[in-house]
Ligand binder design. Structure first.
Ligand code: ADE
Ligand code: ZN
Length: 340
């Protein structure tokens, strides 16, 4: 990729729609929080932690990710974690983010829901103040646990629901189909929350269909395996459903064998509203811009394709129509500028 195209990509206004805030916990920060909170870690040092980030499937990663999250105890930890992420997003040319959090990972360890949500929202407010970045919060249910636990999490979130944009579904996909969470998603929708779900990352296209038909999702997280079903692809394209695709995550979790084999260009060609996101950047080796640049480099994406991905990130967001138009107009202005 040319330096000109790389700097164009950095300058492009972009939204991140698939980011687990717990997955932005860098090893350095993990050690700092562990010290501050007097928590023991299974790693002797930062190098040892990074060396453990070698995964052959989703579950390998999840085991380490949940262990790492054990250092997050105080409201200020959640604030600091969020603000550090937004600082990186700002450096990457990100202007908006819809970030997920896993409350059950914390409340099951005795951390109050209020400390989690309060800290994250304070970090989001600080990011708006410092960097002008707008953001929204998505509460994810852990699919490896029973639906009753998800219902309890939604109940715990009740006083905060006016500051939460939607609910999601994450964690171990295989063996935990979306239909297991039909009731809690119906309850969330009744409360006016948006619905998103991980589907088709490791799970089959049938899980994507269930996410559409049973959970009635507004956006699809990952969705890679939708490509195995031509009828499903046509349906996703016709409905303008956004897919929050995560190339470096797909690489590290062996969803694709190398980035040159990543299906993102194919998704665009099929008319899918594909977006690029970082998922768990501290564990997968790159933040939003790295995901754009490494994917664009491996696939020789054109300026028009990169621009389409950035446009999709706003079209697929939960921003109001006026904000989407404002961001698209900023992209148009950059596009109209002479190429460097
Ligand atoms: N939790 C954090 N990252 C995830 C991913 N990529 N898939 C499922 N659950 C997750
Ligand atoms: Zn994810």
């Amino acid at each position: 990729m040319t330096p000109g195209l790389a700097s164009f990509t950095r300058l492009l206004p972009k939204a991140e729609l698939h980011l687990h805030i717990e997955g932005s916990l860098e090893p350095e920060q993990m050690f700092a929080f562990a010290k501050r909170n007097r928590v023991a870690l299974p790693f002797a040092n930062v190098g040892e932690a990074r060396a453990a980030y070698a995964f052959s499937k989703l579950q390998d990663f999840l085991d380490i990710y949940y262990a790492g999250a054990g250092v997050l105890l105080q409201e200020e930890d959640f604030h600091d974690l969020a603000l550090a992420y937004f600082e990186r997003l700002h450096a990457d040319g990100g202007v908006h983010a819809e970030i997920s959090f896993d409350p059950q990972t914390h409340t099951d360890r005795g951390v109050p829901f209020d400390a989690v949500a309060g800290g994250l929202l304070a970090g989001m407010a600080a990011a708006r103040e410092k960097f002008g970045i707008t953001s929204a919060l998505i509460l994810c249910f852990l699919r490896h646990l029973p639906e009753e636990n998800a219902i309890a999490a939604l109940r715990m979130a009740e006083p905060w629901l006016d500051r939460i944009i939607g609910v999601g579904l994450d964690s171990s996909e295989a063996g935990h189909p979306p239909r297991k969470f039909a009731r809690v998603f119906a309850a969330a929708r009744e409360r006016g929350l948006k619905c998103v779900a991980h589907a088709g990352e490791e799970g089959p296209p049938e899980y994507v269909l269930e996410a559409l038909d049973v959970l009635r999702i507004d956006r699809l997280d990952h969705g890679n395996r939708s490509l195995e079903d031509a009828g499903l692809v046509r349906r996703l394209a016709a409905s303008g459903m956004a897919l929050t695709v995560c190339p470096l995550s797909n690489l590290r979790l062996c969803v694709v064998k190398d980035l040159a084999a990543h299906p993102i260009r194919k998704m665009l060609e099929l008319g899918l509203r594909a977006t690029i996101n970082s998922d768990d950047p501290a564990y997968f080796g790159g933040y939003l811009l790295d995901n754009y640049l490494r994917t664009a480099g491996a696939l020789s994406l054109t300026r028009a394709e990169i621009t389409a991905l950035a446009r999709n990130s706003f079209l697929g967001s939960f921003l109001d129509a006026a904000s989407v138009s404002r961001h698209l107009a900023a992209i148009d202005r950059l596009e109209a500028a002479p190429a460097v």
